[in-house]
Design a protein around this ligand. Structure first.
Ligand SMILES: Cc1cc2nc3c(=O)[nH]c(=O)nc-3n(C[C@H](O)[C@H](O)[C@H](O)COP(=O)(O)OP(=O)(O)OC[C@H]3O[C@@H](n4cnc5c(N)ncnc54)[C@H](O)[C@@H]3O)c2cc1C
Length: 414
């Protein structure tokens, strides 16, 4: 009998796993289950749709025919509500039960709501799905004033949507700068200035105490903890993701703000794997558990998981993740784990170029480049090869840095 694979989630992690399984196991039974109403689309591009810059069509990646051609059973609008690992079966919201030999959890996360009054009002948006993007675009097209909350990589997308839709925005941040865990004030100021140029004003030491609404339940303003009131007929909230671990709560599968897997994407149950944003994986570069929230990483984890579901140990996940911001007329790239580490080095080059590297035990574990991405491959190479760069921090920050600039002995990979 052919082996059966069930994949929960048709995001990039689940879908690339299905693709790899079919390529490497022509006779396998493969089922992909998603609670969304559409097959894989490009989640990275939905912000361009919400900005009004792209139509729907180019955002879709797979149509139903893609699955039919590969003899992959795609179940849309189907929520998996229970996993029974002893019986090797999953149950859907309609009570259907599917058996599996190997199961992949590629279930991602769900945006967190602000725990404040009015956060479920009409016009207050969270951003994860194509459906969210459709609602955001519709609401943004008629809005005049907005507040954005969440000083991170998704919050800035919402700010850019306001800019592109000619909405006067106030970007309410808790601290004194955007993404303060990865940037210092100088680096963040380049981003603040770019927001201001697009009509979005950063407001520091702020946040939301509560939203005000009109009698129809539509948002009208946000009031911050200082009592300052910001009128808004549109609000965008991006304060983080709740990873969808509740599915495995009643199983022995280990969770730790994510589903814990090894470098082969296997959970502690040998027949259950996980891939994509949902994982807390053993990062072989970092030498500890880590999490990524990026498209390229999720795609690679899906592929790696599939290979190991077919033959455990076939391929390990060794990856330097990247995340770029393309809203402005200068480039921005974050790579690796820029918020981790025990040391750092950073430098400004004039008013519009800045870079920072995060180091752990003398080795690069992540970084952020603003304005000039030329050294990115050198930094990523050093990170991937776990080169000890301690004692050479100044050289790392030279303008045209290349790996050859490092002292040969120190640059020897371990
Ligand atoms: C607006 C936006 C912009 C982004 N921009 C970038 C960017 O520029 N660069 C970058 O690298 N990354 C970006 N990301 C992050 C990137 O999109 C994610 O890291 C990536 O899509 C994660 O893929 P995934 O397959 O792990 O999870 P997801 O894409 O979240 O897929 C998980 C799927 O599982 C489904 N699911 C969950 N539970 C169940 C269940 N019980 N039953 C059935 N189905 C279920 C979900 O509905 C979802 O469809 C962005 C994300 C967003 C939202």
């Amino acid at each position: 009998m052919s082996e059966s694979f069930v994949i929960i989630g048709d995001g990039i992690a689940g879908s690339s796993a299905a693709e790899t399984l079919r390529e490497e196991a022509p006779d396998a039974d493969i089922t992909v289950i998603t609670d969304e109403g559409e097959a894989l689309y490009n989640r990275i591009l939905i912000k361009e749709f919400a900005k009004g810059k792209l139509p729907e069509a180019p955002i879709s990646i797979h149509d139903d025919g893609w699955y039919e051609e590969r003899n992959i059973d795609l179940e849309l609008n189907t929520l998996v509500v229970d996993i029974r690992v002893d019986e090797h079966e999953v149950e859907t919201h309609e009570g259907d039960v599917l058996g599996y030999d190997k199961l992949l959890l590629a279930v991602g996360g769900t945006p967190q709501q602000l725990p404040v009054e009015g956060s479920d009002a009409d016009g207050v948006h969270h951003f994860w799905t194509f459906q969210d993007a459709r609602r955001i675009r519709e609401s943004a097209e008629s809005a005049e004033e907005a507040v954005i909350v969440g000083a991170g990589l998704l919050g800035i997308d919402l700010a850019a949507i306001c800019g592109a839709q000619d909405i006067a925005g106030k970007y309410l941040m808790r601290g004194n700068s955007w993404w303060r865990y990865a940037l210092n004030e100088e680096g963040a100021e380049i981003m603040h200035e770019a927001m201001r140029e697009r009509g979005v004003e950063p407001v520091f030491d702020s946040g939301v105490d509560h939203f005000e609404t009109d009698e129809d339940g539509h948002v009208t303003a946000a009031v911050d903890p200082n009592g300052d009131r910001y009128e808004a007929d549109f609000a965008g909230v991006a304060i983080g993701l709740n990873l969808n671990t509740e599915l495995v709560e009643d199983t022995p599968i280990e969770t730790d703000d994510g589903i814990v897997v090894d470098q082969y994407m296997q959970t502690i149950d040998e027949d259950v794997f996980a891939a994509g944003d949902i994982t807390r994986f053993h990062d072989v570069i970092l030498g500890e558990q880590a999490q990524n929230g990026a498209w390229g990483s999720a795609k690679e984890q899906g592929t790696i998981a599939a290979k190991n579901m077919l033959e455990y140990g076939a391929a390990e996940f060794r990856w330097v993740s990247s995340y770029s911001i393309t809203h402005f007329d200068f480039p921005f790239l974050s790579f690796g784990h820029p918020t981790l580490g025990d040391d750092e080095v950073m430098r400004s080059f004039g008013d519009d170029e800045w870079r920072r590297l995060a180091l752990k035990d003398g080795k690069i574990v992540g970084g952020v480049l603003i304005g000039n991405l030329a050294p990115q491959s050198a930094y990523k190479q050093l990170m991937r090869e776990q080169v000890d760069v301690s004692g050479q921090k100044d050289i790392l920050m030279t303008e045209g840095f290349s790996v050859d600039d490092l002292g040969v002995e120190d640059a020897a990979a371990e």
